[in-house]
Design a protein. Structure first.
Length: 402
């Protein structure tokens, strides 16, 4: 009886060892290239060496054998081992062939944008196009320390360089014009490139570039347009992540008349923070209330303001600003704004989903970022009446924890 029992235990141990042997080679041979700092919707990594798949969530590692896919109305932000930040747009496929740091040559990056688009602020691996290569369907991109955006859409490559310089090498494309420099070291910063390699310079960012937000809301109001200085998009939160309503009385009905969606404003990746802040955010858990208004500088086109209140609830597990509210008085009545959003690595993508001034509807923007580690929030706001845009209120604030 004992021998049979021992045989069973040994057999189980051998089976477990065999099972582990199937899993361990991936971790033993694949080098970690970075980690996921934000994942919204359907984000999956496929191991190109064995076709195994895994869902990417916050803090999930990224390896140099991964093909990262974002689904429809999905997005992800990655922090690579050299400090680079990569924001993947919806329906994007990015293959990470090599991402190594610490060599005498300064490291090496080889990635391939198979479909979709990304925006990135590059890290320490830069300065020589041989150190950094992003392959695209029409050629490869080298960098000299930069912040740029690229998207493959309708068989055309769209490029925008926000800082630094990129070099697009199209030596393999039929009819290509040769290497093209964009950015500070080039003749232009925005371009589109045909499948054959023909380059068209643009005077402004290509309108075809997709938003970094999850999806554009079909019910977005015509008031929220570039003409008024705001770009509004909807980030479709999971039902479990919908913010708790903070509107009461007649305000709630007015808010429902304005929109049935929670709006998230797209912001530039320029606000993305340092590695230290990114690490703090990735390691923080739970929900934190920022309710102590340590300082505020507010003014209105109608004169002095008073009775100022502001608060935000940040859920680090979900990566969301679940609810926020701002209110104050001027001679025209009470300004009120309700907002929510997503956490970035330093700041936040915030969207005002309802605002009013007295009995009049309003709109505007609220921006915020972490300071003093994650202890405080610093930011600013800009509000205006919809029907009378000359009536405005703006200011900056510093929020702390109780």
């Amino acid at each position: 009886m004992n021998s049979n029992f021992k045989l069973t235990v040994n057999f189980t141990s051998i089976s477990s060892a065999m099972a582990l042997a199937v899993v361990l080679p991936f971790f033993a041979h694949a080098e970690q290239a970075g980690k996921t700092i934000m994942s919204r919707g359907d984000v999956v990594a496929t191991d190109s060496s064995n076709a195994s798949q895994r869902d990417l969530k916050r803090r999930s590692p990224i390896y140099n054998v991964d093909v990262v896919n974002t689904g429809e109305s999905s997005q992800a932000q990655l922090r690579m081992q050299d400090g680079a930040l990569i924001a993947l747009k919806a329906q994007t496929q990015l293959k990470i062939e090599e991402y190594s740091q610490g060599s005498a040559e300064g490291g090496s990056v080889v990635m391939e944008l198979i479909s979709g688009g990304l925006r990135t602020i590059t890290g320490e691996i830069k300065g020589d196009k041989n150190n950094y290569k992003l392959k695209t369907p029409v050629g490869s991109i080298g960098i000299r320390g930069t912040h740029y955006e690229v998207e493959w859409k309708n068989n055309e490559l769209f490029l925008a360089v926000w800082d630094g310089t990129i070099e697009l090498d199209m030596s393999g494309a039929t009819g290509a014009e040769g290497p093209v420099l964009l950015g500070k070291g080039g003749d232009f910063s925005f371009a589109k490139v045909s499948e054959s390699g023909s380059v068209t310079s643009l005077l402004k960012p290509p309108s075809e570039l997709s938003s970094l937000s999850s999806s554009v809301s079909s019910s977005a109001q015509s008031n929220d347009t570039e003409e008024q200085g705001t770009t509004v998009a909807s980030a479709e939160l999971d039902p479990a992540e919908q913010p708790t309503p903070i509107l009461e009385g007649s305000f709630a009905q007015v808010a429902n008349d304005v929109s049935q969606n929670e709006f998230i404003n797209e912001q530039e990746l320029d606000s993305l923070g340092t590695a230290d802040i990114g690490e703090l955010i990735s390691e923080r858990t739970g929900s934190t209330d920022y309710t102590v208004l340590e300082s505020i500088n507010a003014n209105s086109s109608l004169g002095a303001v008073s009775a100022i209140n502001m608060q935000m609830t940040v859920n680090f597990d979900r990566g969301t600003v679940e609810q926020g509210a701002l209110s104050f008085q001027d001679s025209g009545g009470e300004w009120f704004a309700a907002f929510n959003g997503l956490i970035t690595t330093e700041g936040m993508d915030l969207g005002v989903n309802f605002a009013s001034h007295g009995n009049n509807l309003a709109n505007g923007t609220i921006r915020s970022r972490f300071i003093d580690g994650l202890e405080k929030l610093s930011g600013d706001f800009n509000l205006r009446e919809i029907d009378n845009t000359s009536v405005t209120a703006r200011g900056d604030f510093l929020l702390g924890q109780p």
